[in-house]
Design a protein around this ligand. Structure first.
Ligand SMILES: [Zn+2]
Length: 396
């Protein structure tokens, strides 16, 4: 069992890069998942006194080389923080740690600010405040060039592609103020993109995006007008019966799969790619069509990342993976592992939660456990976690 740990470059800077990486190796961690790019964040680390880091619109955190990019040029954070990456790469090697590039893809508000035509568009036509569209050619070129750049400079083991499926319109630190209840159907529909690229591609495929946009907007408005009601199921079934809408949504998911494939092709095997296999559109697409998309997500990645809080999804993906011509490695993410804190999902205390999560990892056949997030935890939490993993997986 390999254990890696997500880590922020700013936390390595606070702790001292060499000291932090050596401690990580001493703690029994095998690899560091260092953020190459990041989305908006306020994060609090207890490691070097209480330190707080803030970044409002996201940035690139390694010294990306502008001349290698197209229209979208990387928005670098400060020189001091970008200097952490080369230092970390050198010390990781000395400490015997594998180096992985944790790469946020679409949740990059700075791209949206600089190039509004790259923004995801809500069915209303309004641009997302925080995300760009996976179908956009400039976005694809940028992400492929970025992954190529970090791999070329630092010799990465795994590129962890985070968020190739568009994040929900109200994710995380940037969210609209909404005083109305948005049903699961309304949330799903608000997540479908109607940017110029998506609508043009749909027209080329013989679909009528304007009709679909009206259909989707009518449904969102009706869901909001009804409030929580049992009419959602009927409305969902009505939309799912529209083959054009299913085709449109399928194409949208496909654009995220294509983006991953473009990155894979650009890297040409110089680093492995890890990603999720999931879509938020099962209710519209039906489980058979969704399984087909999940199989494609499995096919374009080298490793599939799972979360212990999603046993149903994990079972489904591992079954699809087992049927694949070349099954991929499986990874399980563990977040918030303090044994004296409340568990973040399910019932029971945190220690029982940990045992149950490790059991889920074992049941699904995970070969790798990733810990989230090294410097946001206390020293003792990391040691306890590694101990629990080694006890649960004594063979490796
Ligand atoms: Zn789009």
């Amino acid at each position: 069992m390999r254990i890696t740990s997500y880590t922020y470059p700013w936390d390595l800077a606070y702790m001292g890069v060499e000291t932090a990486l050596q401690r990580m190796a001493d703690d029994g961690i095998d690899g560091v998942d260092l953020a190459a790019t990041y989305h908006p964040i306020d994060s609090l680390s207890p490691r070097a006194g209480v330190r707080m880091f803030s970044d409002a619109r996201g940035a690139v955190y390694f010294p990306a080389r502008a001349e290698r990019y197209g229209r979208i040029r990387p928005h670098l954070h400060s020189k001091e923080l970008c200097a952490v990456w080369p230092e970390a790469a050198a010390h990781a090697e000395k400490a015997g740690l594998a180096l992985n590039a944790w790469t946020i893809t679409l949740f990059q508000p700075w791209i949206r600010d600089a190039h509004i035509d790259c923004a995801r568009r809500l069915p209303s036509g309004d641009p997302s405040g925080s995300g760009v569209c996976a179908a956009n050619e400039d976005v694809r070129e940028y992400i492929a060039a970025l992954c190529d750049d970090v791999v070329d400079q630092f010799g990465i083991d795994i590129v962890r592609l985070e968020g190739v499926i568009a994040h929900m319109f109200d994710l995380d630190w940037l969210r609209p103020r909404a005083l109305v209840t948005l049903s699961p159907l309304a949330r799903t529909l608000l997540n479908v993109c109607f940017c110029d690229t998506c609508t043009a591609n749909a027209r080329t495929a013989g679909l009528d995006p304007e009709r679909l946009r009206s259909l989707v907007n009518e449904a969102i408005n009706a869901e909001i007008a009804d409030g929580p009601s049992d009419r959602s199921a009927e409305r969902t079934a009505g939309l799912a019966a529209d083959p054009e809408l299913r085709a449109y949504v399928t194409r949208y998911v496909q654009s995220s799969i294509d983006l991953t494939r473009i990155v894979r092709d650009r890297l040409g095997g110089r680093a492995r790619i890890s990603g999720n296999a999931a879509t938020p559109y099962g209710a519209l697409l039906g489980s058979e069509a969704e399984d087909g998309l999940l199989a494609q997500f499995v096919d374009v990645a080298d490793q599939i990342a799972m979360h212990p809080a999603n046993p149903h999804g994990n079972r489904r993906v591992t079954e699809i993976n087992a049927r694949a011509p070349a099954p991929r490695e499986l990874s399980m993410l563990f977040a918030r592992v303090q044994v004296n804190s409340a568990s973040t999902h399910g019932q029971g205390n945190a220690e029982e939660q940990m045992a149950s999560d490790l059991d889920e990892a074992a049941t699904r056949g995970a070969d790798e456990i990733t810990l989230y997030n090294y410097a946001l935890l206390r020293d003792g939490d990391v040691a306890d976690f590694v101990g629990a993993v080694r006890k649960a997986f004594p063979a490796g």
